[in-house]
Design a protein. Structure first.
Length: 154
């Protein structure tokens, strides 16, 4: 089942649900569907959206919410930061399983060997090789931090 079809079914189930928090879930699912539909409209005539395109859209949505959480926390608005956190949880249900820190480190080490990277000066070369492997499975900021700790200790 593709993501859009699952999304449509989940919106219907969420609307019928009387559970606490179902309003946030419904609005978040609608927001996801809207973002995907907008991307489809923008891509008209150039082919259909692939699963990879949808994962990219979802990853961007998660990144935006993380940034908002940081800003809300800095502004002492924990209520809004918590809402963004719950939205992240809902969006992540549609993303591939996230890599654990250990799995991410293993992928990074493999990419370092594959690219022949020996220092931080070659970070761009490493990121070019690594990001397609972890797209949607790990946050770019986290990947960057892990690379710095691995190469810094190497």
């Amino acid at each position: 089942m593709d993501i859009l079809q699952k999304l449509t079914e989940d919106i219907g189930a969420s609307m019928k649900s009387k559970e606490e928090g179902s309003d946030l879930r419904t609005s978040t699912l609608r927001m996801i569907k809207s973002a995907v539909k907008n991307a489809e409209i923008a891509k008209r005539g150039k082919g259909d959206l692939t699963e990879e395109d949808v994962v990219s859209i979802l990853s961007t949505m998660v990144k935006q919410r993380r940034e908002s959480m940081e800003q809300y926390t800095a502004a002492n608005r924990q209520d809004l930061a918590d809402k963004e956190g719950r939205e992240i949880g809902i969006i992540q249900e549609y993303l591939p399983k996230q890599l654990s820190p250990e799995e991410l480190d293993a992928v990074i080490r493999e990419a370092i060997q594959g690219a022949g990277v020996t220092s931080m000066k070659e970070m761009g070369k490493l990121m070019k090789e690594l990001m397609p492997k972890v797209k949607g499975k790990a946050d770019g900021k986290e990947v960057n931090e892990r690379i710095k700790s691995i190469l810094g200790g190497a």
